[in-house]
Design a protein around this ligand. Structure first.
Ligand SMILES: Cc1cc2nc3c(=O)[nH]c(=O)nc-3n(C[C@H](O)[C@H](O)[C@H](O)COP(=O)(O)OP(=O)(O)OC[C@H]3O[C@@H](n4cnc5c(N)ncnc54)[C@H](O)[C@@H]3O)c2cc1C
Length: 336
């Protein structure tokens, strides 16, 4: 195996690096900030192909990735002795509008649960919940912890991690990448992988653009919520340690940083409407991140049509945490 340079140390770059390190490649990650602090840090960590209502090829890819998760995680945790909060807690999509249930014929879906069943599954939901869909195979992972576990695994496998190094441009001849021009001089490899998330356009003219998401967390000392709640206007993700993550807006505002009063108020109002106990929980923090949006919401996972030693692994939009294991496996196959 040859020298592989990966641009971007988010979940996608880290997962690919790990997969390649397992087959003996010499891998270097080049990250301009700190690894795992982009969209990877901001995410909710839901592994939710069904609750997200994915369809077509993307659903197939996502189901495959969800299926890879248990082994992938146990391998990583076994190697590092660290935990990443993988929890097959299922995801419940509650409905508060009977008309909507009938309009979409939800009551005939195999996942449909009526009011009584939903209430038996999770106490404390709004009295207005009329039914819901239960996706028992959907799960979650603590995405921030997962990035740290991946980093530890990479260090154990001697992957070189260059943090605080910006790639300014990708130098090419007719059909090849020749080197990366970086803040620490030119760096050469045999193969190059672009995993730069929402910032991809800075280096290559691909149709990837940022979609901002605002989030917040509250703390539930009673650990009363046992499953993820995923409704049309909010999702509520209980972590094993008592944190509850509430998200997220989807805003087409470029890289405009910051939480807005409206963004956070809307999330909180929707969350309290669905799960009233949140009203009395302490707010822990608020944050935002930039999802890498691609056309049709389908990630770009291929050898660059213009440069044969450049692989594209970007545009995972709302599902990059979910799609990490399958992306790593597909990209490793492309490098064989
Ligand atoms: C609010 C929010 C909620 C989300 N919830 C979920 C969820 O529940 N489940 C799920 O599966 N997904 C979720 N996502 C989506 C998921 O977070 C992303 O799809 C995923 O993190 C993308 O990973 P990435 O590695 O491509 O990008 P990032 O994590 O953004 O990493 C890209 C990295 O590339 C680096 N970089 C960029 N340009 C350069 C350069 N020129 N030189 C060097 N380094 C560079 C950046 O600094 C960054 O660290 C959510 C995203 C957001 C924002």
């Amino acid at each position: 195996m040859t020298d592989v340079l990966i641009i971007g140390g988010g979940i996608i770059g880290l997962s690919i690096a790990w997969e390649l390190s397992l087959v003996g490649a010499e891998v270097t990650i080049i990250e301009r900030n700190t690894c795992g602090m982009g969209a990877t840090w901001a995410a909710a960590g839901m592994l939710a192909p069904q609750a997200e209502r994915l369809s077509g090829n993307l659903l197939d890819l996502a189901l495959r990735s969800r299926g890879l998760y248990p082994n992938w995680i146990s391998k990583l945790q076994g190697l590092t002795g660290m935990e990443c909060g993988y929890w097959q807690c299922g995801i419940l999509s509650p409905y508060m509008n009977e008309v909507l249930v009938w309009k979409h014929n939800l009551q005939n879906l195999p996942q449909y649960c009526d009011r009584q069943q939903v209430k038996a599954m999770q106490s404390g939901l709004s009295h207005n919940v009329v039914g819901g869909l239960w996706f028992d195979q959907d799960a979650q992972v603590d995405n921030r912890a997962l990035a740290q576990v991946l980093l530890a695994a990479l260090r154990q496998n001697s992957v070189k991690i260059l943090e605080g190094v910006s790639v300014y441009s990708i130098a090419t001849d007719h059909h090849h990448v020749t080197q990366l021009v970086t803040s620490q001089g030119n760096i050469q490899g045999d193969r190059y992988i672009l995993a730069t998330g929402a910032w991809t356009k800075e280096l290559i003219p691909l149709p990837i653009s940022p979609r901002k998401g605002q989030m917040l967390s509250v703390f539930d000392p009673n650990r009363s919520l046992k499953t993820v709640l995923f409704s049309d206007d909010v999702y509520i993700v209980p972590r094993l340690d008592g944190r509850i993550i509430i998200g997220a807006s989807v805003e087409d505002v470029g890289f405009l940083a910051g939480n807005t009063a409206k963004g956070i108020a809307t999330l909180l109002n929707n969350a309290i409407r669905l799960y009233p106990a949140i009203a009395n929980m302490n707010i822990q923090s608020t944050w935002w991140g930039f999802r890498p949006h691609a056309p049709e919401e389908i990630p770009i996972l291929e050898i660059c049509p213009k440069y044969s030693n450049l692989i594209l692994a970007t545009g995972h939009y709302r599902n990059g945490i979910l799609l990490a294991p399958v992306t790593a496996s597909l990209i490793a196959d492309l490098l064989k």
